[in-house]
Ligand binder design. Structure first.
Ligand code: PEP
Ligand code: MG
Length: 869
């Protein structure tokens, strides 16, 4: 088994074994791009190390030695040689990019002797000692767990003693002195001298990178991004190239398109005379890449050319790390760039327009989370205009959020656990802050650029972020942030606009995002592919309008009970419920019918001939009766009854198990007049609308809830058809219509073939079907479902994701039975799982014709269906 693979022997298809970084380094090497030569130790070696041995085996050790020897031949340098030393970088790289979560060590191979050789060979001892101190710090931190701060403190102390303002003021002698200080720290903490043997340095570093797969931040990151623990990390060993080799050198990170907005064109930053970690850590604020064009025009042109090539090769926006050593450009990494949802949509659309990918490929690159993020909130413009600005920084990740500020990840996490909305303010973030960042509504940093840790991580999570607010003085110790005369303290409330990079002192209300157009393009492409329809669960005009804008192909569930709660309506509803004799029902029902007719008229007009499934009254009647004594007294007055009589009726409607009680079609078995009124209102309204308001044919679908048997369905259907016929007679006109039922009782599923003889369509009500199949109350199960999941008795909440084995099996039986009777009959799903992309895959498989879900879930649902086609 080979544990080590040279870059020139690998390829981009081997990310499992070589990790993403290793596979891409191999691919770039194959493309003859300027990649420093090297090799990759496979993820398999990491897993073996972690699982069994906990030390590098002699076979692996041997393989590493052999590959170092062949590196020496290729580079014409020697590892550990005093006059011509080969220096190496050791970088982690798992299959899926986990930015900054695992470890890296640079300048490996330096020791007290080779540093002298490097100084002589390069004629630059300042550079050589700077490299050495960096190695001591990184090695100390990564291999021995000596915190970076221990070293940084000494550097700061040294600089202030010498009255230096920045690292660039440090001279060769200064770095040499600091190297001695750093070696002492190493000795003090580990009780051992810093290893001078380069091979020992290399092996210890590789082991440390293997172990970093299981550090806390990496584990947290994997949990958040659903990356399996079983993958392991590869380790890339590469010849060092130096961005810190004077003013003709530098290092940077650039995206081939803007990762925040998706605009075309190179977007990135670089630092002159620096090594890679300086950019990512946000220690110094970098310059925009456009300035490289002025400083090093040839390097810039070369970089542009290579970035186009890489984008075309990978067919996606690339995130490229590069180093310039003495005017020579090297590529250190390329990967598909992490981006905001807005950027993801824009880039996909551009790549299709540019002929690089197909529409179908574009759809595979968008996911449900991105769709949600696209509709990011923005601040209410009027309120924003009046808000007081605290500071401005870089618009690192779009969105708008208000919250209480905290200065450490730990405090942010604690406050969020107490239910607070938190905003994390730091000088700069580091991977250790991940747990605090995850719970934050927004992240603000006073240092670092658009590719700093805070910016990259926030964008990936879709969390609003303003980075590099240099005017803010962040005092993490005193827990306060100051800009001129203004100071904010821990717990104070602020608002952050990640789209403009502005921070406000006020609490500003926000409104939804406005990226509908991008969404519309993708949704329309998805609709071309999607083989089943997506309708909306909506009954208010506002919701129906939103649903249509988001791509709904009609209304699949209008819950009519939601139409009875307006002030004028609820009183009529209550009068109807209180009626003791049939005659007393007439007046309130007539009033309610007028309200309903108007509601249906608006629905039919908005839908202009699109499907409209109206469900007749479902909940138990007690839900419409007053709760408070004050309301009870008011109802008694309005209906000329005594308070005692009202109480008596309320008591009479009380049920032990209302979800299993007098609700749904059972209401109509005891009091058919309610459904008869609703059906008359639907049909009258449909006729009137088709006469006057719209040209399209209105074909209402009347849906009866909670049917459990053919007898129920057929008895109700007969009565309702009679009402329809009567209305046709009265109006002298007819409209097409259907009478169908929900499938939400297990018995209905098991006898669906019988029900199909008397139903025109079906729609699975998976909320009730799950409740009745599992016997879990849909209202009370929150109390125990968490415990079930913790104890691994349930993988997922079956009310959110379809329970394929139980509820799903019943659905399959029902679909098969129905299809035996009528292969064309429409079968839909309108419970919550209908809007869940994960469940949609299953629903599509069992052969439903449409799903119906709440308006904001529609685009993700259409996309999920298209992705399955
Ligand atoms: C259902 O039960 O899945 C359903 C859509 O109806 P409701 O949620 O209104 O009971
Ligand atoms: Mg239901």
């Amino acid at each position: 088994m080979n544990y080590v693979i040279d870059f020139f022997n690998g390829s981009k298809e081997q990310a499992d074994l070589l990790g993403g970084k290793g596979a891409n380094l191999a691919e770039m090497t194959k493309l003859n791009l300027p990649v420093p030569t090297g090799f990759t130790i496979t993820t398999k070696a990491c897993l073996d190390y972690l699982q069994e041995k906990q030390s590098i085996s002699s076979e692996l050790n041997e393989e590493i030695q052999e590959h170092v020897a062949s590196l020496e031949v290729r580079t014409k340098k020697r590892f550990g040689n005093q006059t011509n030393p080969l220096l190496l970088s050791v970088r982690s790289g798992s299959k899926f990019s986990m930015p900054g979560m695992m470890d890296t060590i640079l300048n490996l191979g330096l020791n007290d002797e080779t540093v002298v050789g490097l100084a002589q060979k390069t004629g630059d001892s300042r550079f050589a000692y700077d490299c050495y101190r960096r190695l001591l710090q990184m090695f100390g931190d990564v291999v021995c767990g000596i915190g970076k701060d221990r070293f940084e403190e000494q550097l700061e102390f040294y600089k202030s003693k010498k009255k230096y303002r920045s690292d660039t003021d440090m001279k060769a002698e200064d770095w040499r002195e600091l190297v001695a200080v750093y070696k002492n720290i190493y000795l003090e903490v580990t009780h051992q001298a810093f290893p001078q043997n380069p091979h020992e340095q290399l092996i210890l570093s590789i082991e440390a990178v293997f172990r970093s797969w299981n550090n806390r931040r990496a584990v947290t990151y994997r949990r958040l991004h659903d990356i399996p623990d079983s993958l392991g990390t590869a380790v890339n060993i590469q010849e060092m190239v130096f961005g810190n080799f004077g003013s003709n050198s530098g290092t940077g990170v650039a995206f081939t398109r803007n990762p925040a907005t998706g605009e075309r064109g190179i977007f990135g930053e670089f630092l002159l005379n620096a090594q890679g970690e300086d950019v990512v850590a946000g220690i110094r604020t970098p310059q925009p890449i456009s300035e490289l064009e002025v400083l090093m025009p040839e390097v810039y042109q070369k970089f542009l050319q290579l970035s186009h090539l890489l984008e075309k090769h990978y067919k996606d926006m690339q995130d490229i790390e590069f180093t310039i050593e003495n005017g020579q450009l090297y590529l250190l990494q390329t990967r598909n760039g992490k981006r905001t949802a807005k950027s993801a949509f824009k880039v996909c659309i551009q790549l299709v327009e540019e002929g690089i990918i197909t529409k179908k490929e574009a759809l595979q690159r968008i996911n449900a989370t991105m769709v949600t993020q696209l509709l990011h909130p923005v601040f209410e413009p009027a309120q924003l205009a009046q808000a007081k600005i605290f500071a401005k920084g870089l618009p690192a990740s779009p969105g708008a959020a208000s919250g209480n500020i905290y200065f450490t990840a730990e405090q942010a996490k604690k406050a969020s656990e107490k239910g607070e909305k938190v905003i994390l303010i730091r000088q700069e973030t580091s991977p250790e802050d991940i747990e605090g960042m995850v719970v934050s509504e927004a992240i603000v940093t006073s240092r670092g650029g658009m590719t700093s840790h805070a910016a990259v991580v926030a964008r990936g999570m879709g969390v609003c972020c303003v980075a590099g607010c240099e005017e803010i003085y962040v005092d993490e110790f005193l827990q306060q942030a100051t800009v001129g005369e203004m100071t904010v303290y821990q717990g104070d409330r602020i608002s952050v606009d990640g789209t403009t990079g502005t921070i406000y002192l006020d609490d500003i209300p926000y409104v939804e995002g406005d990226e509908w157009q991008l969404l519309e393009t993708i949704t329309n492409w998805a609709k071309e592919e999607a083989k089943i329809d997506v309708k909306a669960n909506a009954e208010t005009p506002a919701d129906i309008k939103t649903a249509l804008k988001l791509g709904a192909q009609g209304v699949g569930l209008a819950r009519t009970e939601h139409m009875f709660f307006g002030e004028e309506r609820i009183i009529e509803m209550r009068k109807m419920i209180l009626a003791e004799q049939e005659e007393a029902l007439i007046s309130p029902l007539n009033r309610l019918k007028e309200f309903q007719k108007e509601d249906f008229r608006i629905m039919f007009c908005l839908l202009r001939g699109k499907a409209c499934t109206i469900r007749l009254l479902d909940p138990p009647l007690h839900e419409f009766l007053p709760q408070t004594e004050e309301e009870i007294i008011h109802l008694a007055e309005a209906t000329e009854r005594t308070v005692a009589q009202i109480h008596h009726r309320i008591d009479g409607l009380h049920e032990q198990n209302p979800m299993l009680g007098h609700r749904g079609c059972r209401l109509a078995v005891t009091t058919p007049q309610i459904y008869e009124m609703q059906v008359a209102a639907i049909i009258e309204s449909a006729i009137e609308v088709s006469q006057q308001d719209i040209e399209e044919i209105v074909e209402p679908e009347i849906m009866i809830p909670l049917i459990g048997s053919q007898e129920e369905m057929s008895w109700l259907r007969e009565r309702l058809v009679r009402v329809v016929e009567r209305v046709f007679d009265e109006k002298g006109q007819s409209v097409p219509y259907k009478i169908g039922t929900m499938l939400e009782i297990p018995r209905a599923c098991l006898t669906a073939d019988k029900i199909a003889e008397v139903a025109d369509f079906f729609s699975f009500g998976t909320n009730d079907l799950t409740q009745l199949t599992y016997g879990f109350s849909r209202d009370d199960s929150v109390k125990f479902i968490g415990a079930y999941q913790e104890k691994h008795l349930l993988k997922e909440d079956p009310f959110q994701h379809i329970d394929e084995m139980g509820v799903g099996e019943l659905m399959k039986i029902a679909v098969d039975k129905i299809r035996q009777v009528d292969s064309d009959i429409k079968i839909g799903v309108c419970g919550e799982v209908g809007g869940d992309p994960q469940s949609i895959r299953f629903l599509k498989k069992i052969g439903v014709d449409y799903i119906s879900c709440s308006p904001y879930r529609i685009p993700a649902a259409i996309l999920a269906i298209a992705q399955e086609c």
